[in-house]
Design a protein around this ligand. Structure first.
Ligand SMILES: *Cc1c(COP(=O)(O)O)cnc(C)c1O
Length: 384
């Protein structure tokens, strides 16, 4: 046991604070923004805010932020071009819960469905499919991380007698690839699979997808039935959170009333974090759509700079169209650790809004040094 009675709780907190400060100053590999200031909301931490129940229903518990939560849902419903008369949603504990919810509605609507998702799908989806006990089929990914539509079509064709749930990703974890919802909708139409549901996992890119030029197909008008985002990623929050938006008409088909709370039990958890709804509301109120667009443009510019500087070092860096993620071959272990770079077969830097050219310069300087340290490759060919 690592028990240290000589250190007071206060000292422990100071040490921890310093550790967290240091760890958060350097990271470039995870998609979380750190440039937020929620200090005007701190007094709300004195209250047991709990958004129990459905945010669109009246409830007997009044220490809640349902009204602001509804505004958060409305904001994203508009960004995602939902029918203004037919949308519903709530603030979740993160993208994983939002994905669980989308798949839950889908399964309730089509209990005999198969779910199709690509190799590049986030790990939360596999777990959710397992929890919901839906049979699933993995679809191949293209080199850039996007779903292989031909493989999808073949697989759907083979199972066309069954309802289909398609899990698309708008911004895959490693390469920020975006699955084309319109194209998938077209495949379903062509195969005459009428019983289908499309859930779009837009954890990272959903917050700026509406500002991409050219536009990428991912939202309600493109054919999605539900869309999830993470609130602590592009927008930024000290507490992990997310949003799920779907169609009210779909939610109505699975709603069950609970008399104890005087509301509808339409959410995954009963008690829900009312502070995160407050934080998200404050963020979108202060930024607005215009602020979000600016954050995206800044991130795009940083990503272009990052690619350019890596390419100058001879590193083959690239990005998917409209992406703020820069992908390149595996980096030396020391850099990976220092900058907390997630690595699979490739490495990436995600140029979140708080990342500046100065951060990139620091990383590039370290990279250069690392390259100089490495032994020169043997010039075998020179001897022939
Ligand atoms: C981060 C992420 C998730 C999970 O979101 P959490 O908010 O961490 O639960 C799901 N899908 C994708 C593509 C992600 O990037």
């Amino acid at each position: 046991m690592n028990f240290k009675p000589q250190i007071s709780a206060q000292e422990r907190l100071e040490i921890l604070k310093e550790k967290i400060r240091e760890a958060s100053s350097l990271f470039l590999g995870y998609p979380v923004s750190k440039d937020f200031d929620y200090s005007p909301l701190f007094e709300f931490l004195q209250y047991p805010v709990n958004n129990l129940g459905d945010p669109f229903e009246d409830s007997t518990y009044k220490v809640q932020t349902h009204e602001l939560e509804r505004e958060v849902v409305a904001f994203f419903a508009r960004l995602f071009r939902a029918n203004p008369k037919d949308y519903w949603g709530y603030v979740t504990n993160g993208g994983s819960e939002s994905n669980l919810y989308g798949l839950y509605i889908a399964r309730e609507l089509y209990p005999k469905a198969m779910v199709y998702y690509s190799e590049s799908t986030h790990y939360s989806v596999k777990k959710n499919i397992h929890l919901l006990n839906i049979p699933g089929i993995v679809i191949r990914s293209q080199e850039n991380g996007e779903m292989d539509y031909e493989d999808l079509e073949r697989t759907l064709q083979f199972n066309r007698h069954k309802p289909a749930i398609i899990l698309t990703t708008f911004g895959t974890t490693m390469k920020e690839a975006k699955d084309d919802v319109s194209r998938i909708k077209g495949i379903l139409r062509q195969l005459a699979i009428q019983d289908h549901y499309i859930h779009c996992d837009a954890a990272l890119s959903g917050s700026y997808g509406a500002f991409m030029e050219p536009r990428a197909a991912f939202d309600f008008r493109d054919g999605a039935d539900s869309i999830s985002i993470s609130g602590h990623k592009f927008i930024g929050s000290p507490i992990p959170c997310g949003v799920l938006v779907t169609k009210r008409s779909l939610r109505d088909r699975i709603a069950k009333g609970v008399s104890y709370i005087g509301s509808l039990d339409t959410t995954i958890t009963g008690s829900r974090n009312g502070h995160s709804a407050l934080f998200l509301w404050y963020a979108i109120k202060t930024m607005g759509e215009e602020g979000l667009r600016k954050r995206y443009l800044h991130s795009l510019e940083t990503a272009a700079y990052c690619r350019q500087e890596l390419q100058k070092l001879g590193v083959e860096a690239w990005s998917n169209e409209g992406a703020i993620t820069v992908v390149f071959p595996k980096t030396p272990e020391s850099l990976k650790r220092k900058y907390q770079l997630a690595t699979e077969d490739v490495t990436h830097i995600i140029c979140m809004p708080n990342v500046t050219k100065a951060h990139i310069d620091a990383f590039i300087a370290d990279y250069k040094e690392e390259l100089q340290k490495q032994p020169e490759p043997e010039l075998e060919e020179a001897f022939y």
